[in-house]
Design a protein around this ligand. Structure first.
Ligand code: CP3
Length: 355
């Protein structure tokens, strides 16, 4: 099988013969074979075993036929190297042993040493680089989203303590953003050095901020991260998470290639708010997978039709897959996206040729 570079081409707004697709959280829980592995090992234990982590990364490529792989890992993994102890608890998510609340806690965070502390993740990337026939996307959690776990100590709905630090101690907040920004930059650079073909920065929860606060308290660090990575030719994706529609007009100076959209803003409206610089990724509501197949297909077709109006669209969900999602429907959706968009591009090409 030859290398499928459709995903990289779409990131760069180059010509494609079908719309590439992958799914956030595609390695995972909806798959009974993954559940079997999880009976024996926790997420962190899988990450410690590069052969197994690579295998889990490959599972959705084989089963669904998606156009890109995403490294099996978690946004929390690099914080171990900051000196933070945490666990990923079933049905909860990341839980921090000693949440970061005081100036002393922030100052104690040490610079990360990727080679020394996170060598197992780099090894997983090297294995995948040898085995994959589609691009490997590697990722990091963005500073706000990581800070929300470090400060709250666990998943939160209100981000009350995070916002409390942000508004009450802006200098301390900026120190934390700087440290997490440094973490992201050296972590993602190491991933690229070891074979990742694209990177995505997950800012899952930053949509909880008003645009003005995003601009003051978060955006400078996002801009710095992408500026400092801008010498790398690999495509870079910024996903500002759920409820991020109002933040899109502020992203103009972010040196990313692709912006991920949630489902509350259409592809056309997202492009309008972002301007012509970026490719876009998204944006089917993940829970639309609960609908009958013909309804799923009609929504997917509408997204593809809009996406095709400009170069640079990668099909994805507006947020991650959930455990109850149907493997069978995902497979059929993936096939549909390929078939429908291939046909549409063919008609477009032949139509142009006839003129
Ligand atoms: O398939 C993939 O996308 C690659 C693997 C991946 C995981 N986490 C594995 C995982 C990725 C890209 C992530 C990113 C991640 N982790 C994000 C950003 C994406 C998003 O959904 O917004 C966030 C916020 C986290 C933090 C996190 N990890 C939470 C909130 C949870 C528990 C809640 C949940 O969704 O289950 C986790 C655990 C986790 N990370 C699981 C997986 C497969 C599920 C539990 C498990 O299988 O052990």
């Amino acid at each position: 099988m030859s290398y499928n570079d459709m995903f990289l081409r779409a990131c760069r707004k180059e010509e494609v013969t079908h719309v590439p697709v992958w799914y956030m959280r595609q390695a995972g829980r909806y798959d009974p074979d993954y559940q079997k592995i999880k009976e024996k090992y926790s997420l962190l234990e899988i990450c410690m075993q590069p052969e197994l982590a690579a295998e889990v990364t490959l599972m959705p490529i084989r089963k669904l036929g998606v156009d890109a792989a995403i490294l099996y890992s978690d946004i929390m993994n690099p914080v171990a190297s900051l000196g933070v102890k945490f666990d990923i608890v079933k049905n909860i998510g990341p839980v921090i042993e000693n949440p970061i609340r005081t100036a002393d806690d922030v100052h104690k965070l040490r610079p990360i040493n990727v080679e020394q502390d996170l060598g197992h993740i780099l090894e997983t990337i090297r294995i995948l680089d040898r085995e994959l026939k589609v691009p490997l996307i590697s990722f990091a959690g963005a500073p706000f989203t990581i800070a929300s776990y470090l400060i709250e100590g666990r998943p939160s709905k209100s981000y009350i303590r995070t916002k409390s630090m942000m508004y009450s101690e802006p200098e301390l907040w900026n120190t934390l953003m700087d440290k997490l920004g440094d973490m992201v930059i050296s972590y993602l650079r190491a991933h690229i050095r070891n074979g990742a073909k694209a990177i995505q920065l997950f800012d899952s929860w930053v949509g909880s901020l008003a645009p003005r606060d995003f601009k003051v308290f978060v955006l400078p660090t996002i801009e710095r991260i992408f500026r400092e990575l801008s010498d790398l030719p690999q495509p870079k994706i910024y996903f500002p998470g759920v409820n991020s529609g109002e933040l899109l007009p502020l992203l103009g100076n972010v040196q990313a290639d692709v912006i991920g959209l949630d489902w509350r803003v259409s592809i056309a409206e997202g492009r309008r708010r972002l301007g012509p610089k970026f490719a876009v990724q998204g944006n089917l509501d993940p829970y639309l997978l609960e609908a009958p197949m013909n309804v799923i297909e009609s929504y997917a077709a509408a997204i593809i039709d809009e996406g095709m109006q400009e170069p640079g669209h990668i099909f994805n969900l507006g947020h991650g897959l959930y455990p109850e999602a149907s493997l069978d429907k995902l497979k059929r959706l993936t096939d549909f996206i390929h078939r429908y968009s291939e046909e549409a591009y063919k008609i477009r090409k032949e139509g142009v040729a006839e003129v």
